[in-house]
Design a protein around this ligand. Structure first.
Ligand SMILES: C=C1C[C@]23C[C@@]1(O)CC[C@H]2[C@@]12CC[C@H](O)[C@@](C)(C(=O)O1)[C@H]2[C@@H]3C(=O)O
Ligand SMILES: O=C(O)CCC(=O)C(=O)O
Ligand SMILES: [Fe+2]
Length: 661
C-alpha cells in the first residue's frame, strides 16, 4: 500500500485539524488566530495556555515581500560552502552549519543568526558573501521591524486579556531599542532517505525568549510537543506565521503559558527554509511572574532573574535541556555569581532527603503554609526607619551579596531581632531583606506554630531549618518570637513540656547555623522584647529597634496614602503629621482609611435614598476628602502603641545595636 506523505488537513471551527497519515490518526488542532478579529486576544490566551503555539493569519505582511526575502536567503544558502564559511562560525551570530549552539548539539541544518540590535554583523554576513548585499540587508531590516510589530501586537493582546497593567508592559520589552531580539534563518537541505525513521534537522528545545514568530516555506518538518508528550506535525503554510511561547513568557505568566517544546525533522523530498524572530527583553530586564497573576505569594513559581542571567545560563545548557526545571538541585546559587544552572530559576524545588515519610509529610505541609516566593517589598516603599534599614543592610544584605568580605571575625550575623511597638513595619523590613537578597523566605508566626503544631512543633523546627538550608540562601522570619521564647516559662514555673522542647530545638538549630557557612538567617520579631529569655537573646546577636515613625516618616505615609488630588483643596498634611505623634504605621493606615471613608459615606447616603439599583456606569463619582474629614478621622482614631515607648527605648539602650557615629 502506498501512503501519501502529504498531510491531509481540514478546517474545523477556528482550528486546522491535521491528520498525519504516518501516525495513529490523531487529529491535531493548531489554533488559528486572525489578528484583526475582535476576539483575537481571547483566542491567543487560550492557545498559549493550551499549546504555547498558534498560527497567525491576516497579519498584514505583504506576500511579495516575503517571497523576495526568501529568494535572497535561498541565494545565500546556495553559495559554495567556502563562501558561506566566511560569515561563520556562529559566535553565536553569523553563519553556522550542522552545529547548533556552543555545547555539541548538531542537526541537518545550516543557518544565519543575526542580532536585531546591531546591523554591523548583518552587513558583515552578507557583505562578503552576497553580491546584492545592500538589498538583502535592507530586506532583513524591514523584516525585523515587521516581526517586532507582530510580536508587540500579540503581546499587547496577551496583556489586555490577562489584565496586565500598564497595557504595554510586555510589548514595551520588545519595542525598546535595548530589546535583545534576534533573527534566525534556517536552511534544512533535503536529506537522502536512510533506514532511520526520523532524522533531526533542529533538535527538540524551547525558545528562551518571550515569543518567537516563525515563517517557513511550504516544506513540512516542524513538530510541536503536546502536554502529554506526543509529537505532532505542524502543517506548513508559507502565507501564515506561527507564534511560539518562550521560557520568559512562561515565567512572567507564572507557568500559565507554557513554552512549547518543538523540533524540526529532515525531509527527503524538499529543502525547508524558515525565518524566526525571537522577541527578547533588554538584557538588564528583571524577569519574574507578574504580581497580578500571582494573587498568593506562596504560589509564585519562579525567582526573579535578569534576562542576561537567563541567557547566559541557557548558553551553558544543551539544546534539549529543560531550562526552567530543576537540574541538579544541590548546586547553590549565590546572587553574586552567574547563575550556574538552569534549575536555579525554579522557585519550588523538591525537598532534601528526609529520614522518614512522616518528616517528609511534615515538610510538605510546612511548605504549603510558610514558604513564600519573593515577597516583592522594596526598601523605598517603607517610609522612614532609616536606622533599621541601614543596620539590616549591613547585617544581612551585604553578607549575602558580597560573601567574600564576610569571613572569620566578620562572618555574617545569623540571628537578628527586630523589636518595637506593634504595627511599625517589622514584617515589611523582613520582606524587604528577602526581596533584595532574593532569598527564599520562610514566614512563620510563632503563635500559630505553637497553637497549630503543638505536639509536633519540635520536629517542625528541625524540618524548617533543613528546608531553609536546602533552599539557601534563605531567611527564616519568626514573627512574635515571644510566643515561643518567653522567660515566663523559666525553671521555677510549670512550663508546658512541648513548648520547652520546641524552645530547646530552636536554640539548637540556631547554634547549628553559627557553625556552618550556610547562608540561612533567622530574623525574629517581637513587640515584647523584654519577655525574651537570655539564652535566646544571646543567639539573636544583632537587635534592631523598629521605632514609631518620626514626623518625616509620618509625612511620607500620609503623602502616599492620602495624596492631594489636582484641582481639589490640598489636604492638611501638616496637621496630620503634628497630630499623629505616637501613631504606629498601622495606626496611620487606619486613620487614612477612616478619612477616605467619609466622602464614600456621603455618596452611599445618596444611593440609599434611591429606590432602584443604579447601574455600574451611572454610579455617582465619589467626592474629594475634605479637611473636616481629616478632623473627624483624627478624633475617631487613637494611637495604640505609644504607651510603652519608654520601655522600648530602655531595652534599646540596654541591648540594642546602634549605628556607630
Ligand atoms: C544549544 C543552544 C543553541 C541556543 C543556545 C543554546 O545553548 C540553548 C538555546 C538555543 C536557542 C534556541 C532558540 C534559538 O534558536 C536560539 C538562537 C536561542 O536564543 O536559544 C538558540 C541558541 C543558538 O543557536 O545560539
Ligand atoms: O526551522 C524551524 O521551523 C524551527 C527552528 C527553531 O525552532 C529555532 O530556530 O529555534
Ligand atoms: Fe525554536
Amino acid at each position: 500500500m502506498v501512503v501519501s506523505l502529504k498531510p491531509k488537513s481540514v478546517t474545523l471551527n477556528n482550528s486546522q485539524v491535521h491528520v498525519n497519515p504516518k501516525c495513529k490518526p490523531s487529529p491535531v488542532l493548531i489554533p488559528v488566530v486572525n489578528l484583526t478579529d475582535p476576539n483575537a486576544k481571547t483566542q491567543i490566551v487560550k492557545a498559549c495556555e493550551e499549546l504555547g503555539f498558534f498560527k497567525v493569519v491576516n497579519h498584514g505582511v505583504r506576500p511579495e515581500f516575503l517571497t523576495q526575502l526568501e529568494e535572497e536567503a535561498i541565494k545565500f544558502f546556495a553559495l559554495p560552502q567556502f563562501h558561506k564559511d566566511k560569515a561563520g562560525p556562529a559566535d553565536p551570530f553569523g553563519y553556522g552549519s550542522k552545529r547548533i549552539g556552543p555545547n555539541g548539539d548538531v542537526g541537518w541544518i545550516e543557518y544565519i543568526l543575526l542580532n536585531a540590535n546591531s546591523d554591523t554583523k548583518t552587513t558583515a554576513v552578507f557583505l562578503q558573501t552576497t553580491p546584492t548585499f545592500r538589498e538583502v540587508v535592507v530586506l532583513v531590516e524591514v523584516f525585523m521591524e515587521e516581526m517586532k510589530d507582530m510580536s508587540s501586537k500579540v503581546l499587547d493582546m496577551v496583556a489586555e486579556e490577562l489584565k496586565i497593567e500598564p497595557k504595554d508592559k510586555l510589548s514595551k520589552l520588545v519595542k525598546v531599542k535595548e530589546s535583545d531580539s534576534c533573527l534566525r534563518m534556517n536552511h534544512y537541505p533535503e536529506k537522502e532517505e536512510t533506514r532511520r525513521k526520523e532524522e533531526i534537522g533542529f533538535g527538540e528545545h524551547t525558545d528562551p525568549q518571550l515569543v518567537s514568530v516563525l515563517r517557513s516555506n511550504n516544506t513540512e518538518g516542524l513538530q510541536i510537543c503536546l502536554k502529554d508528550g506526543t509529537w505532532v506535525d505542524v502543517p506548513p503554510d508559507h502565507s501564515s506565521f506561527f507564534v511560539i511561547v518562550g521560557d520568559t513568557l512562561q515565567v512572567m505568566t507564572n507557568g500559565r503559558f507554557k513554552s512549547v517544546k518543538h523540533r524540526v525533522l529532515t525531509n527527503t523530498k524538499r529543502s525547508r527554509l524558515s525565518m524566526i524572530y525571537f522577541a527578547g527583553p533588554p538584557l538588564t530586564e528583571k524577569i519574574a511572574p507578574f504580581s497580578c497573576l500571582v494573587p498568593k505569594q506562596e504560589d509564585c513559581l519562579y525567582r526573579e532573574f535578569t534576562w542576561s542571567q537567563y541567557k547566559s545560563a541557557a548558553y551553558k545548557t544543551k539544546l534539549g535541556d529543560y531550562r526552567l526545571a530543576l537540574g541538579s538541585i544541590n548546586q547553590r546559587w549565590r546572587p553574586t555569581s552567574p547563575l550556574p544552572l538552569a534549575g536555579a530559576f525554579w522557585k519550588k524545588s523538591m525537598f532534601p532527603p528526609f529520614e522518614s515519610a512522616e518528616t517528609r509529610a511534615l515538610a510538605e505541609s510546612l511548605s504549603r503554609d510558610i514558604i513564600r516566593g519573593n515577597p516583592n517589598v522594596k526598601w523605598e516603599s517603607i517610609k522612614g526607619l532609616e536606622n533599621a534599614k541601614r543596620l539590616l543592610k549591613e547585617a544581612v544584605v551585604m553578607p549575602i551579596k558580597y560573601p567574600s568580605y564576610f569571613n572569620g571575625l566578620l562572618s555574617p550575623w545569623k540571628g537578628i531581632l527586630l523589636f518595637g511597638p506593634p504595627g511599625t513595619g517589622k514584617t515589611m523590613l523582613a520582606k524587604a531583606v528577602a526581596t533584595e537578597c532574593n532569598t527564599t523566605f520562610f514566614n512563620i508566626s510563632a503563635s500559630s506554630v505553637v497553637s497549630k503544631w503543638r505536639g509536633d512543633s519540635e520536629k517542625l523546627i528541625r524540618v524548617l531549618f533543613d528546608l531553609a538550608k536546602h533552599h539557601a540562601p534563605s531567611t527564616i522570619f519568626l514573627d512574635e518570637i515571644d510566643a515561643i521564647i518567653s522567660q515566663r516559662g523559666g525553671e521555677g514555673r510549670s512550663e508546658h513540656e512541648a513548648s520547652r522542647r520546641l524552645k530547646t530545638e530552636l536554640l539548637i538549630q540556631m547554634d547549628g547555623l553559627q557553625k556552618t557557612n550556610e547562608l540561612v538567617f533567622v530574623l525574629a520579631a517581637t513587640n515584647l522584647p523584654w519577655e525574651l529569655d537570655a539564652a535566646m537573646l544571646r543567639r539573636l546577636e544583632k537587635r534592631i529597634l523598629v521605632p514609631l515613625p518620626d514626623p518625616e516618616a509620618r509625612r511620607g505615609m500620609f503623602e502616599m496614602l492620602l495624596p492631594s488630588q489636582p484641582g481639589d483643596e490640598p489636604l492638611p498634611h501638616d496637621v496630620l503629621v503634628e497630630k499623629s505623634e505616637g501613631y504606629s504605621g498601622s495606626d496611620i493606615r487606619i486613620l487614612c482609611k477612616e478619612a477616605a471613608m467619609q466622602p464614600l459615606r456621603r455618596t452611599l447616603a445618596v444611593l440609599e435614598d434611591t429606590e432602584d439599583i443604579v447601574p455600574e456606569d451611572e454610579l455617582p463619582k465619589v467626592g474629594a476628602i475634605l479637611p473636616e474629614d481629616i478632623d473627624r478621622a483624627l478624633s475617631n482614631t487613637r494611637p495604640s502603641a505609644h504607651l510603652h515607648a519608654h520601655l522600648y527605648d530602655k531595652f534599646n539602650d540596654d541591648y540594642g545595636s546602634h549605628i556607630l557615629k
